[in-house]
Design a binder for this molecule. Structure first.
Ligand code: AMP
Ligand code: MG
Length: 313
């Protein structure tokens, strides 16, 4: 159910209810982060595994510090540089953060969203709120209010803030002493972060396989339809083998039903999840996604999401 009154949404949160809200990344499913019963509703509605921790959304650095037990210089520098924005910072948590929020762990993931409506909602409510993507766990994240209703049903109230500007989930970093590890790729890239604080390499062999953080399931952000990433030169043969395919291409094509994707990274990321939903709705046997080959941090994050969307069931 679409709603437009931030005060009414804040009242629902204060009463222990859930409200979906827009951010610049994807739509979040909000609940009072300090109320374990409210947070439990979020897990239940999403069907989210209990070990997968939630990101806590704040409207100020002060609000972040009020739930962190340590706020190292590295966290302060990152927050000053990238907040409000699509960077999530993992720090040790205070006791008042319920363990249901953090998957039982003693750290908490914090982010100040750039979307005006998100920050107004948090300020009006007056405290931090959890905000995992407002969709059934494992499925394609919502980047429009209508996607939330499609995935979770009419009973979940949704504040409509239009289409999400960034379109993919935040970059997640864990603060370790004076440096950080990157746990999840997003539109804020490694080099941008490394200009502010040292980035320590993880055990991973490359950026495509960051250190696993709880809940970083391989198959995620996935359409119902089998999805395959295919090199541009192999699309014709794949289509010949699977004529009933939906297609997302960057290279211009005359193929009927092909969904044209932007060639620019930022626009591609913004469009990706809506395009996967459209492809999923075509009733195809296969979704073929042309493999993006351009370099850059946003393309790396896009490839990460495509890999998860196309991972085996
Ligand atoms: P989302 O599914 O977009 O809400 O993102 C939440 C993701 O952030 C989780 O799946 C984890 O990968 C990561 N995350 C959240 N909290 C923590 C934490 N305390 N430590 C490490 N990673 C976390
Ligand atoms: Mg999600």
């Amino acid at each position: 159910m679409i709603i437009d009154d931030i005060q009414a949404a804040a009242t629902i949160l204060a009463e222990g209810g859930v409200v979906a809200f827009p951010t610049e990344t994807v739509y979040g499913l909000g609940a009072d982060a300090l109320n374990p019963d409210a947070v439990a509703k979020v897990f239940a509605i999403k069907g989210r595994p209990s070990h997968n921790p939630l990101i806590v959304h704040v409207a100020s650095i002060e609000m972040a510090k009020a739930v962190a037990s340590e706020w190292p210089d590295a966290a302060e520098k990152l927050a000053q540089t990238f907040w409000p924005g699509p960077l999530t910072i993992v720090v040790p948590k205070q006791g008042r953060v319920p363990s249901v929020v953090t998957g039982g762990g003693d750290t908490v993931a914090l982010r100040m969203p750039a979307h005006e409506i998100a920050r107004k909602l948090i300020k009006t409510f007056g405290g931090p709120i959890v905000g995992p993507s407002a969709n059934a766990s494992g499925t394609v994240s919502p980047t429009a209010a209508s996607h939330v209703t499609q995935s979770l049903g009419e009973s979940v109230p949704v504040l409509d803030g239009g289409p999400c500007e960034r379109g993919i989930e935040s970059t997640v970093v864990r603060v370790a002493q004076d440096s950080v590890n990157i746990l999840r790729l997003g539109v804020i890239g490694r080099d941008e972060i490394a200009r502010v604080v040292p980035v320590v390499e993880t055990h991973a062999t490359n950026d495509e396989d960051p250190l696993p953080s709880p809940g970083m399931l391989t198959r995620h952000y996935a359409p119902r339809t089998l999805t395959r990433i295919v090199d541009a030169k192999d699309i014709a043969i794949t289509l010949a083998q699977h004529p009933n395919s939906a297609l997302l291409t960057i290279t211009p094509t005359n193929l009927p039903g092909a969904i044209a994707m932007p060639a620019d990274a930022s626009s591609y990321a913004k469009r990706l999840y809506a395009a996967l939903r459209e492809a999923d709705a075509m009733g195809a046997d296969l979704i073929i996604v042309e493999r993006p080959t351009a370099i850059g941090p946003i393309w790396d994050a896009v490839r990460d999401r495509l890999r998860r969307a196309s991972a085996e069931h």
